[in-house]
Design a protein around this ligand. Structure first.
Ligand code: ADP
Ligand code: MG
Length: 322
């Protein structure tokens, strides 16, 4: 199990460490997909990157909490072990398949580097393993592909190669941050199909960061909805789709292109996500919410409304339902 426990993260804004993710808890389990959804700027990528402690290179700090891999803290792990965990037990697939590959090295050398870092294979065995990984992600002409450089390839091929590289260390967990957003719609479908097959065949635990509810419906077991640095609703994919309860989740669901009938205009949520540093004590969605009242100005806990595994950080769930 990979567990995020009560994690708060800061980012540097005008020289001050400013809270950008607060008291966030998540659990990734083998064979299960947890989707993290929310508008742009809610802190999804910060959360995803923290699961490999990658944000620290951009000045992201930890204000509280922990991340535990099978009970062991990533924050008290020796650097050597952390390097093994990155791309080993926990692999990451990024949004932008071009920037994630190094343009000056061949595909082959980049895949072989990952294999050598995480296995004891001989050079011949490593080459065979690279070809097998490429075949697993649907790339058949592996030998000639290994000679090529990233800019000679399409976005879909590059994302397949990154997925192959993510699989090279035999991960238990995959963190995928908007893995298909940068791709054409037709390519997206095939990449999703591939990710889903690999996740199921290998029983991987996956964190899928996305703003695409279609993708959530197709892949996720559990859903956590994030707003302004915190989780505001969490539950099974059925609970969230059939009974969305937070006014924000409902608004997001109404913004889906599928929710528009009779050729009407796309719905948008008026206003925008409040930036880190501008949050008050109470509900962060209040200024955009049609149910907001004075009680929303006090702190609202994630389990303010709860039914089984379904939790909602809102005092107006029953009003919003009726
Ligand atoms: N390295 C950083 N330095 C300063 N601010 C950052 C940094 N990374 C993220 N932020 C800010 O934190 C907030 C959350 O960002 P992010 O996690 O990228 O959101 P999302 O992935 O949900 O779109 C945004 O307001 C963003 O501007
Ligand atoms: Mg992001």
């Amino acid at each position: 199990m990979l567990e995020v426990r009560d994690l708060s993260l800061t980012v540097p804004l005008q020289g001050t460490a400013t809270l950008a993710v607060s008291n966030l808890s998540l659990q990734l389990q083998a064979g299960k997909v947890l989707a993290l959804v929310g508008e742009s700027g809610c802190g999804k990528s910060l959360t995803a990157q923290s699961m490999l402690r990658l944000g620290e290179y951009q000045g992201v700090g930890k204000a509280s909490g922990d991340i535990l891999l099978h009970g062991q803290s990533l924050f008290s792990m020796p650097d050597k072990q952390l390097r093994q965990v990155r791309g080993g037990s926990i692999a990451m697939i990024f949004q932008e398949p071009m920037t994630a590959l190094n343009p000056v090295f061949s595909i082959g050398s980049q895949i072989l580097e990952v294999i050598q870092l995480h296995t004891d294979l001989s050079p011949e065995q490593a080459s065979a393993r690279a070809l097998a990984l490429l075949a697993d992600v649907g790339l058949q002409e592996g030998a000639s592909l290994m000679q090529q450089y990233p800019d000679a390839l399409s976005g879909g091929m590059r994302q397949r190669i990154l997925i192959a590289m993510a699989m090279a260390g035999n991960p238990e967990f995959i963190i995928a941050d908007e893995p298909t957003t940068a791709l054409d719609v037709s390519v997206q479908k095939r990449i999703i199909g591939l990710l889903r097959t690999l996740q199921q065949d290998k029983g991987l635990g996956m964190l899928l960061v996305t703003h695409d509810f279609g993708l959530v419906a197709e892949m996720a077991d559990e859903v956590a909805v994030m707003y302004a640095g915190e989780i505001i609703e969490q539950g099974s994919v059925f609970e969230i789709f059939d009974h969305p309860a937070h006014p924000y989740t409902k608004a997001l669901m109404n913004c889906r292109p599928e929710a528009v009938t009779d050729g009407g205009a796309l719905t948008v949520i008026p206003g925008k996500v409040p930036a880190p540093g501008s949050w008050g004590q109470g509900c962060r969605f209040k200024s955009r919410c049609t149910f907001g009242t004075d009680v929303c100005d006090k702190h609202v806990a994630l389990d303010e409304w709860q039914q089984g595994s379904h939790m909602v950080r809102c005092v107006h769930v029953m009003d919003a339902k009726s």
